[in-house]
Design a protein around this ligand. Structure first.
Ligand code: VGL
Ligand code: ZN
Length: 210
C-alpha cells in the first residue's frame, strides 16, 4: 500500500465476539482477515470501545429499559446496549488472536459516562473530537481503510466521518461484521452508497496499492 494509506482496526474486542456481552454474529471471523491485511499496510491504528461502569448507553442505566430499545438523550437518539467493553475488564480487551503489535496508536472512545461514541473521530454528539482526525492529518495520511466491528455502528460512523473530514475512506467488507439491530445493516449500506465511502474486498486491496 502507499505510505499515505492507513488501516484503522475498529473495536475487535472480546465483548463484540461470540461469547461476549454484545456479540456480533461471526465477529471473531474478522481476526485472520485483519491480521493478513495488517501485513500489507505500513501503518495501522486500533480503536477500543472503553466505557465507564454504568455508562449512559447501557440499557441497565435506564430503569425499565431493555437492550436494543432506543431512547432520546441530549444529543439525539441512542440505542441502548447491553453492558459491554467496561474499562479494564476482559470484555474490553482485544481479541487474543488479533495481531496488535504493529499498531502505532490505540484510540479509546466512549469513556465519557454521559455520551456514547461510535465514530473513531467524534463522540455521538457529532462535535467532540477524539483527536484521530488531527493525528491522521498531521501524519500526512490521505486514505483510511476501515475493518472490524461493527459494520453498522462503529465502522460505519468512523468511515463516514473520515470521508467528511476529507480523507478517502474505504470499508473492507469481508473484514467487518455487523450487529443488525432494527435494519441498521441496510441503513449502513445505503448510507455508504450516499456518502463517499467506498466498499472493497480484502482480496482486491493489495492489488489497489500502487
Ligand atoms: C459498538 C455499539 C456500542 C461498535 C460499540 O463497536 O460498533 N456498537 N458500542
Ligand atoms: Zn460501546
Amino acid at each position: 500500500m502507499r505510505e499515505t494509506d492507513i488501516l484503522v482496526v475498529v473495536d475487535v474486542q472480546n465483548d463484540f465476539c461470540p461469547g461476549g456481552s454484545l456479540a456480533v454474529p461471526e465477529g471473531d471471523r474478522v481476526v485472520p482477515v485483519i491480521n493478513r491485511l495488517a501485513g500489507q499496510f505500513a501503518h495501522v491504528v486500533l480503536t477500543q470501545d472503553w466505557h465507564t461502569p454504568g455508562h449512559l448507553s447501557f440499557a441497565s442505566a435506564h430503569a425499565g429499559r431493555k437492550p436494543f430499545e432506543t431512547t432520546e438523550l441530549a444529543y439525539g437518539t441512542q440505542v441502548l446496549w447491553p453492558d459491554h467493553c467496561i474499562q479494564n475488564t476482559p470484555g474490553a480487551a482485544f481479541h487474543a488472536g488479533l495481531d496488535v503489535n504493529r499498531a502505532e496508536l490505540i484510540v479509546r472512545k466512549g469513556f465519557r459516562s454521559g455520551v456514547d461514541s461510535y465514530s473513531a473521530f467524534f463522540e455521538n454528539d457529532r462535535k467532540t473530537p477524539t483527536g484521530l482526525g488531527g493525528y491522521l492529518r498531521e501524519r500526512g495520511f490521505k486514505r483510511a481503510f476501515f475493518v472490524g466491528l461493527a459494520t453498522d455502528f462503529c465502522v460505519r460512523y468512523s468511515a463516514e466521518d473520515a470521508a467528511r473530514l476529507g480523507f478517502e475512506a474505504v470499508v473492507i467488507e469481508d473484514a467487518c461484521r455487523g450487529i443488525g439491530a432494527n435494519g441498521s445493516m441496510e441503513a449502513a449500506l445505503d448510507s455508504f452508497r450516499k456518502s463517499k465511502v467506498r466498499l472493497a474486498q480484502s482480496s482486491s486491496v493489495a492489488r489497489e496499492a500502487a
